[in-house]
Every structure is written in C-alpha cells, then in structure tokens.
Design a binder for this molecule. Structure first.
Ligand code: IPE
Ligand code: IPE
Ligand code: MG
Length: 251
C-alpha cells in the first residue's frame, strides 16, 4: 500500500465497522469503442472487458484496496439493442459461473447492488448463490452494480423509508443522512474514496451519486479493455498525492 494514500483515504466512511477501508469504484467504459476500432461486434469488447475485471480484482489487495465497486450495467443501458442487452446478461451469468471458485479461493466477498426486479430469475439466482458462497470472505469486498442507477437507488430508498414511516416504525424526525443511507443498496459499504472512469468521458452517468459526495475522481483516456493492473496502480498512487479537505481548510 502506498503510505500517502493510506493517510488520505476513507475520512468519511459510514459506520460500517471496517478498519481502515480504501474503496475504489470503477465506471468501466469503452468496451464498445474498443471492439468497433477493431471491426468487431460490441459484445467482443464486453467479453475482453470482463477479463480486465479479473486482472483488476487480483491487483486490489497489493494496491491496498479493500473495497472495489464496478459499474457493469446501468438503469439506462436497457436502451441498447436487444442483442447487446441479451449478450451482456449472458456475459454476467457466465462470469458468475466461471469466476465463482476463483473468487472464493482468493478471499473475495461478492455483493451486488442495483434493482434486481428487472433481471432474469436465472441471473438473480446466480447472484444470490455467489453472495452466499463468498459471504465468509473479507480480503476484498467486490460489489458489482447491475441495473444500478444512483437516482433509482435513492428513489427506492425513499419508498422504503416512506413505508417505515407509514407503518409507524420511524417518524420524519428520524430521517437524517445517516438514516437514509441505511436504506440505500450500499448500506454495507464505506463511501468510495476514488472513482475511476475509463474511456475519456468526464461524466458520472448516474453512478453512486449519494455516496460520491467527497470522492476523488480520475477520468482516464484508456478504454476499459486496455486498462491494465499497472495503470490501475498508477492511478491509485496518484490518489495519495491529492489533498482531501471535506469542506474544511488545511492546517
Ligand atoms: C461500458 O462500455 C460497458 C457498459 C455500459 C455495459 P460501453 O459499452 O459503454 O462502451 P462504449 O462507451 O460504447 O465504448
Ligand atoms: C456507464 O457507461 C455505465 C456503465 C459503465 C455500466 P455508459 O456508456 O452507459 O454511459 P454514457 O451513456 O456514456 O453516459
Ligand atoms: Mg459507454
């Protein structure tokens, strides 16, 4: 772990009980362009992108990353062609089936965020099984966002909160930021310290809106299928050189 990064990270985690967390979140963008540049179908880019996930997951423990959250499919990605959406869902099933054993053995705990309601039952069952299978692990907390959108997540949280109030278990006076955060999909996660987006786009596309209030951002030009553990390590060490103030001033 880079010492400087260690000092700067996770100054505002939620009370999740983790000691010294370092949470990196990735918007894995550029798979389609990577494939198109090679005259291949977009799905080829997604398959190569999935291999990069494997490499980055492996690189996390040595980089001092305790939590890795990856954006795999947004609530807006349903707008894509049926064949791309179907191909991505197939890829998620395959990824879970093929990676389960390796993730278990590597000490990775996997969890999913996003609304499962629109996902096929077979995929949801695989997601549940992988969460259960790896529940005892703690070397790396890998969170995969599928059918995830920040606004959708906050909306669903507000609905659940409203039910609690309607049924008398909470009153409006109980509602503060900490209370609301307990209704989010990410209730088990510290806030992200660093959000990396590949592919040169400098936008967040509805990813972890609430949680990234004080995250540092890195927008890098590399397309996700070309993103190597070496570059990941470089980006993580740059994070250590940034000054985080959380609204205060430097002494
Ligand atoms: C990101 O790559 C992966 C998903 C959104 C599923 P894209 O598919 O968005 O790739 P580009 O941005 O079109 O190159
Ligand atoms: C964000 O990428 C979503 C994922 C990486 C899963 P998009 O490619 O969907 O985002 P936009 O359309 O460029 O904003
Ligand atoms: Mg994209």
């Amino acid at each position: 772990m880079h010492d400087e990064a260690k000092v700067k990270r996770s100054t505002m985690p939620k009370d999740t009980g983790y000691n010294d967390p370092f949470h990196v979140a990735c918007i894995m963008d550029g798979n389609g362009r990577w494939a198109q540049q090679r005259g291949r179908r977009r799905l080829v880019g997604h398959y190569v992108g999935a291999q990069r996930v494997r490499d980055i997951v492996k690189a996390c423990p040595d980089a001092g990353v305790t939590h890795l959250t990856i954006f795999a499919f947004s609530t807006e990605n349903w707008k894509r062609t049926q064949s791309e959406v179907g191909g991505l869902m197939r890829l998620f099933r395959r990824y879970i089936i093929h990676e389960a054993k390796a993730l278990l053995e590597a000490g990775v705990r996997v969890r999913f965020i996003g609304d499962r309601i629109r996902l096929e039952d077979t995929l949801v069952s695989l997601m549940d099984e992988l969460e259960l299978l790896t529940a005892g692990n703690s070397k790396l907390h890998l969170t995969i966002a599928i059918n995830y959108g920040g606004r959708d997540e906050v909306t669903r949280a507000a609905q659940r909160l409203a039910v609690e109030i309607e049924q008398g278990r909470l009153t409006h006076k109980d509602v503060d930021a900490e209370c609301l955060a307990r209704f989010l999909d990410t209730r088990f996660l510290p806030d992200p310290d660093l959000v990396i987006r590949t592919s040169g786009e400098a936008r967040i596309s509805n990813f972890l809106l609430w949680q990234s209030a004080y995250a540092e951002y890195e927008f890098i030009d590399t397309l996700w299928p070309d993103f190597t553990p070496e570059e990941f390590n470089r980006v993580v060490s740059r994070f250590g050189k940034r000054e985080r103030r959380f609204g205060g001033v430097t002494a």
